[in-house]
Design a protein around this ligand. Sequence first.
Ligand SMILES: Nc1ncnc2c1ncn2[C@@H]1O[C@H](COP(=O)(O)OP(=O)(O)OP(=O)(O)O)[C@@H](O)[C@H]1O
Length: 743
Amino acid sequence: MKHPDDENELFNRLEAEMTAPDSGDVVDLNKARAARAESADPTSDQSPDSRAAESADRSEGELDDSRPTLVDSSTPTESGPGLLDRIKGAKRLDVIPPWMKSGAEFKEAAGWIAGHVGHTAAFHGLRVPFLYAPKLVWRSPRGALNTLNKLGRWAVDAEGEPLRQAEARRENSEIYLKLSRQRDRRVRLRVLVTLLGALITLAGILYLVYGADPVTQFIATVVAVLTFGWLGAPADAPLATRAVIKTEVQKLTSDIVVKAMASIGIAQIASAVAKGQDGVKFPSPVTREGPGWRADIDLPLGVTVADVVDRRARLASALRRPLGCVWPDADPNEHEGRLILWVGDRDLSKTGIVKWQLAGARRHDIFKRIPFGLDPRGRAQSVPLIQHNVLIGSQPGQGKTASVRVLACGAALDPSVELWLHENKGTGDLDSLSCVSHRFVSGIDDESIKYAADSLKLLREEVMRRAAAIKKLPRDLCPDKRITREIANKRSLKLWPLLAVFDECQNLFAHPEYGKKAGEDAEFIIKLGRALGVILVLATQRPDKDSLPTGISGNVSIRFCLRVAGQVENDMILGTSAYKNGVRATAFRPEIDAGNGYLGGAGPLPVVVRTAYLDDNATHAIAQRALALRKAEGTLSGFALGEESETPAGPTYDLLADVAAVVPVSEERVWNERIAARLAELRPEVYGGWKGENVTSALKPHGIKTTGVAGTTDDGDRTTRRGIVRADLMKTIAERDENRGVA
Ligand SMILES: Nc1ncnc2c1ncn2[C@@H]1O[C@H](COP(=O)(O)OP(=O)(O)OP(=O)(O)O)[C@@H](O)[C@H]1O
């Protein structure tokens, strides 16, 4: 493995700086130039003579274009940053390793070890009376015979017999006699010891049979049976089977990595390895990180991390690991050619259910990030919601609703958040959260789709209201013209965060009647609502341009893409060029990789995340906690309180303004029937069919009284009929506008 020789480099630089022209030494410029040119092209002959000859041979304009033109300055300059800058720019490694600082990681490891020990104890404990003890009893006669046999052979020195026979065959009488004498001596001693031992054993047996109490007899019998049973075990049949079968994972070494990288079809690496070089460099040693190995790799010049990500399957094959174990990743703090190759011990899809960090939390602040899941390296990943919108997409059954639940539960745990939940699949996946929702619908029928479309219409109006309200806030409270925690806490301002979820939104946006308008409203909200605390979370299983307007997919800031079938769907969710850049959710496997997806926009680079999973029971428990919080703080509203759902008013027109428009200044008093006729002409879709009495009753709530107004009919008759005084109307309009301005 190679490491950069930093110390040497540093030393050379120090030396160079100390002997630099500042020190007052005279520098031989010719020599310096020659040295520089030599370093640029070590193969060429750079003696002054040769250079003179070369220039004489070539006329101007006849330069050899096969050689790159050197553009270095001919005067010596300092190369690169100075020592202090280099030290300042150096990356400091953690004094205490991260795993030692993480209570959660430590707890998880301790829990895992305790579980492992407990499992092993239970496994063998159950087998002792029913399997191991009967096996030992069964094997004990054989063990007793084996023991007697071994004793007998020892007493007569049977082990030496082959050697003596060999010497006899070779007729080597001297050695044979020596060996025979040695055997006689041994046998005499050993037979004596054996007889003595047999006598003691016999005495012991007689004592146990006739003199010992039953407990001693029992213990002695058990010990004897177990011992002989143990000694009677055949070599190929151990007594106990293994409680756990260890899956041995090969240690990742730089040699393995180099070999693998050379075989994935990147020409620069393959040709370097063929020439006996490494092809890639390792800026730091291969280390253990989380449940796997991490290799930091510098790729050859011109090769990018995306080139390796493209070949992930080949890399997995070359490393002889399942695809779900091999995760090539870029390092956001380094250059484009720095690869972090993380090779897990286990396939990501086999890591089981990821526990949600807030599953047991009492409350959460939506202005902080919402824990979302783990990346393959076991690092927690989270999603910011404030100032963002979220788009989630995948094929059916890959975990969209599960990820929506995590985000909705995170928001629900902040009692200041108003939740609008729409699940247009009709399976009730979000029902548990209905008890804390301001608006809620679950269904795929037209009525449910209309409800969701109405919500977007209302949200659009809400965004406009908020924009006007924020504009009026004093600068010290709202310097950035966006919602803050402080503003959200001032309930009178009605500017708390509002999270609206549209699960299976393809059913809404592709609806023949409501789809188009809903798409426009959603785009409007996504573009303007971010700073105003309105957050949209959209999940779709059909990411195409009919079911997901491009205005939405182009403007959303956080994207989570679970398994999709092709490049178009991939880029629709993760953004243009994602596929080309190696961010490919097509690599996930159907069903097996449910819950695994690429998360973009939540950090500097897209990362693979296995989302935390909340089943219905866990969601219900969180919803109940959120409900208690909202009750305590008095923030329950709308659907949760059983209130009638709001529907946006039909086309909204300002009646007073319309009346003012049809009553000219010259008419001080006017009959209501004339106003009705003029209104019907102005807006037939609103006022068509109105009579004088409709005007009377419509103006009454505004405090405009009707009185008897004298006038002339179209036929020229003078008469008195019900009408209004224009001054009353204008006064009412002025008062209303003034009040609105105050609000
Ligand atoms: N994070 C996860 N961890 C483990 N399993 C998961 C995870 N997410 C989803 N699954 C599994 O995938 C199944 C389908 O999940 P979910 O209903 O969220 O998918 P979906 O994409 O919303 O499906 P559809 O498009 O049909 O609504 C779940 O029942 C669960 O078994």
